[in-house]
Design a protein around this ligand. Structure first.
Ligand code: NI
Length: 181
């Protein structure tokens, strides 16, 4: 079932989400629905607060472009992108490394705005999966960026919070309009 994607201005996008204590049927259903919603919206990631749920869960799928990373390791072993996508994770912890890189981002909750965001290039992510296992995922490129963007959502942070002041001026009016809808 596709879910309604919450839009900029809704307070749920500013909530610090709570940890998922137990993977029950409701969480499994939410995960399925979030994947369906992300695919339907042609997104590469979606976090639970974007569908109104204040829990630390997100989905990411960048498998449309397997070359968007220069390396991808799970628990220290090289893996194929397609083998781990779509990636649903709960209660993530990120360690960020490497030089900050700038690239364009958008968000399913902030329609019509895209802007450059600088983020550390490399991420080491400790992710809990729905089967109870915990993986350590290391990567860079678009997947690193997507993980950072989604984990920001779980802390009530949006990509427009991270753009340069100069860039922010140019989208300020647009944001205000979205926020007052
Ligand atoms: Ni987003």
């Amino acid at each position: 079932m596709t879910l309604k994607i919450v839009q900029y201005g809704d307070p749920v996008l500013r909530v610090k989400c709570r940890a998922v204590a137990e993977v029950d049927d409701a969480i499994l259903k939410l995960a399925d629905d979030m994947i369906e919603t992300m695919v339907d919206a042609n997104g590469v990631g979606l976090a639970a607060p974007q569908v109104g749920e204040e829990v630390r869960m997100a989905v990411v799928d960048v498998s449309h472009d397997p070359d968007c990373v220069s390396f991808l390791r799970v628990n220290g072993e090289e893996v194929q992108m397609v083998d781990i996508m779509p990636l649903v994770f709960i209660n993530p912890k990120l360690e960020l490394e490497g030089p900050r890189e700038s690239d364009t981002e958008g968000c399913l909750s902030i329609e019509d705005i895209r802007a450059n965001v600088r983020r550390p290039s490399i991420v080491k992510a400790t992710l809990q999966l729905l089967d109870g296992s915990v993986i350590e995922l290391e990567t860079d490129g678009l997947l690193s960026r997507a993980l950072q963007h989604e984990v920001d959502h779980l802390n009530g942070i949006l990509f427009v919070d991270r753009i340069s002041p100069a860039a922010k001026v140019s989208i300020k009016r647009k944001l205000r309009r979205l926020g007052s809808k």
